[in-house]
Ligand binder design. Structure first.
Ligand code: FE
Length: 191
């Protein structure tokens, strides 16, 4: 089943349950935002923090994202093939699904609403720097901006660059500082 068909079914189900008084729409929104903003992206943050502290893991992650996240027990959940792309001083990566809303659920949870917005999907390909600026993210002119178009088969996650001043911090502290948006590539992590 495609993502959009699944979303339609979920919406139909929600309307039905709300109509019958079986669930409260606010409660559903709360649950979605919980998975959206906390549980889901925290998986990705664990992966990023480990990669920052463990060069061997980082090499495995960049070579085969799916196998590397399996070391955490993160698998399935829409990630048949996870490709992790690393931000460097020379290249900034940003992820989109131009066709629909393919997203690496296993590491990032549910996609944010803007990710599914046709405006983001079409514009980030044409004018990535302008779109990033709207997210408050300015990319230096000499840094290449690389846009990765997800599909049902391949999902992308960005490995953000760690601010130098964070070096030596614990895994848990680092993981708590990794935002969802930095792993989609619309945000750069700052001190
Ligand atoms: Fe898609």
């Amino acid at each position: 089943m495609t993502d959009s068909r699944m979303a339609l079914r979920a919406e139909a189900l929600e309307s039905l349950l709300t109509e019958k008084g079986l669930v409260d729409a606010d409660r559903i929104d709360e649950t979605i935002s919980f998975y959206n903003e906390r549980v889901g992206p925290m998986n990705g943050a664990q992966v990023v923090a480990r990669a920052w502290r463990d060069a061997d893991f980082k090499a495995r992650l960049l070579a085969d994202g799916t196998a590397a996240i399996d070391e955490f027990g993160f698998s399935g959940g829409q990630v048949d093939k996870l490709v992790v792309v690393e931000n460097t001083p020379g290249t900034h990566n940003v992820v989109v699904c131009t066709l629909c809303s393919c997203y690496p659920w296993a590491v990032l949870g549910l996609p944010p609403r803007w990710y599914k917005d046709p405006a983001y999907r079409s514009r980030v390909v044409r004018e990535p720097r302008a779109v990033l600026k709207e997210f408050g993210t300015a990319i230096p002119g000499d840094t290449t901006v690389q846009v990765w178009d997800s599909s049902a088969e391949i999902r992308y996650m960005v490995l953000p660059a760690m601010p130098l001043s964070w070096a030596g911090q614990s895994h848990d502290i680092l993981a708590s500082k990794v935002s969802r948006d930095s792993m989609i590539g619309v945000q750069v992590l700052l001190d």
